[in-house]
Ligand binder design. Structure first.
Ligand code: FES
Ligand code: FES
Length: 170
């Protein structure tokens, strides 16, 4: 098959199914931004280094750098971007809320990817230590904040999510 031949892919993104014919060389981040209009997912480098393009993929959603995945590799998968993280009622996710309240951003460029990585981190480890948070977010670079408020925001979100779990009916 020539690389210019288009391939039909179906991807569930932020709760909606999208079926498109894509060039097999298209990166997932290009597909999200340019075809699906999910411009909340941003591109901060061309070396798969900065993490600003991070989305959640699969079940359970694991953080992946969408610039290092081809759109065809996401075929059949479900993908959550920063735009699909809020609840159906539009309420912010606990991690989004904590980033906002604790001023865990300055220019905000790293923030979508940082939040998606933090969500995955807290799914795997609901009560991380400061070192575990720093390690868990080490694939996401921030040029502005010095990371201190980011760590505090993740700690705050972890506490809030733990409290919410306790009040949930068994
Ligand atoms: Fe930098 Fe994907 S854009 S890691
Ligand atoms: Fe500017 Fe993180 S807030 S890069």
């Amino acid at each position: 098959m020539s690389s210019s031949q288009r391939v039909r892919v179906s991807i569930d993104v932020d709760g909606s199914r999208y079926v498109d014919d894509v060039d097999p060389r298209t990166l997932l981040v290009q597909h999200l931004r340019e075809r699906l209009g999910k411009v909340g997912t941003v591109v901060g480098c061309d070396t798969s280094n900065c993490g600003s393009c991070t989305v959640l993929m699969g079940e359970p959603g694991r953080a992946v750098k969408s610039c290092s995945v081809l759109a065809v590799q996401a075929a059949g998968a479900s993908v959550t971007t920063i735009e699909g993280l809020a609840g159906p009622d539009g309420g912010l996710h606990a991690v989004q809320r904590a980033f906002h309240e604790l001023h865990a951003l300055q220019c905000g460029f790293c923030t979508p990817g940082m939040i998606m990585s933090a969500v995955d981190l807290l799914r795997e480890n609901p009560d991380p230590s400061e070192d575990e948070i720093r390690e868990g977010l080490s694939g996401n670079l921030c040029r502005c904040t010095g990371y201190q408020n980011i760590v505090r925001a993740v700690q705050t979100a972890a506490r809030e999510m733990a409290a919410a779990r306790e009040t949930q009916p068994a």
